[in-house]
Design a protein around this ligand. Sequence first.
Ligand SMILES: Nc1ncnc2c1ncn2[C@@H]1O[C@H](COP(=O)(O)OP(=O)(O)OC[C@H]2O[C@@H]([n+]3cccc(C(=O)O)c3)[C@H](O)[C@@H]2O)[C@@H](O)[C@H]1O
Ligand SMILES: Nc1ncnc2c1ncn2[C@@H]1O[C@H](COP(=O)(O)OP(=O)(O)OP(=O)(O)O)[C@@H](O)[C@H]1O
Ligand SMILES: [Mg+2]
Length: 264
Amino acid sequence: MIDPRFSEAELDQCREHITSFIREQIAAANADGAVLGLSGGIDSTLTGHLAVDALGADNLHALVLPATVSGDENMSDAERVARELDITYDVIEIEPLIDSLLTAYPEAKGDREAVGNARARVRAVLNYLVANHENRLVLGTGNRSEAAVGYFTKYGDGAVDCHPIGNLYKAQVRQLARHVGVPEDLASKTATAELWTDQTDEDELGISYETLDSILVSHIDGPLSVAATCRELDVTPETVDRVREMYERSEHKRRAPPSPDPLT
Ligand SMILES: Nc1ncnc2c1ncn2[C@@H]1O[C@H](COP(=O)(O)OP(=O)(O)OC[C@H]2O[C@@H]([n+]3cccc(C(=O)O)c3)[C@H](O)[C@@H]2O)[C@@H](O)[C@H]1O
Ligand SMILES: Nc1ncnc2c1ncn2[C@@H]1O[C@H](COP(=O)(O)OP(=O)(O)OP(=O)(O)O)[C@@H](O)[C@H]1O
Ligand SMILES: [Mg+2]
């Protein structure tokens, strides 16, 4: 079985590698620290821990941005993380901003996906309002599993200055989180984008992160053919093909927007 998880030695190495990366990004930009959206989920919780390791608590400003569809437990977990890390944080309700958008363009009212993605984009606007005002960089929280299948909002949670955990599979995110001392209830929490009520990543993607990670490690990012992946992981070719299709269809989200070649 191909397993994406780190060895103990790799965990220490990975922590050091990512904290150095964060320090370098901030220094190269001459920024005065970073801004990070905290959702109570494991990706932003781990990113917060690593950023405080890298920069110190004084150099991280967190935003907790509840919407009407946000779970109370997630929002209180987000505040709990900020308090435990001893970082400055603001709580800003985003629904009035969504209401303004829908007053301006009422045609989108009731379009769950469009409004959900607007929530992610409104959060990006607030992150950059703080980043511009305080000369900070916006830290992304995307991981390799999400990026590979395009499971993020283009110019929403994808609108960031760097992706500290961008090369970690979801299983590695949980593992590194435990390693840096994130409490178990957060490290093992069900992943949700919370763009609409009762959304979970695995339901919407139609695949568990365990299976997704294994297919990514062996086939999309690894050397195994579809047939060998099916044999190794005991999954169907249809499942592997679906992951490949999600990967290919989301290529546009991982690239800068294209322009035509210059006229010669
Ligand atoms: N081939 C192509 N080349 C260039 N651009 C292309 C394109 N196909 C679509 N597009 C553009 O991309 C847009 C669609 O992309 P986008 O707006 O992102 O929308 P879309 O990919 O449809 O939805 C975002 C997905 O990410 C999930 N999500 C969002 C935020 C956070 C998380 C999380 O894990 O927390 C997950 C969300 O639940 C949903 O499943 C189209 O409206 C179009 O503008
Ligand atoms: N209510 C919120 N307040 C502030 N930021 C948020 C909120 N909801 C989402 N975000 C930002 O969008 C990012 C993407 O959400 P995503 O759900 O992928 O990550 P997560 O919640 O940290 O972890 P998980 O994927 O396990 O739920 C979050 O990490 C966070 O930075
Ligand atoms: Mg989440």
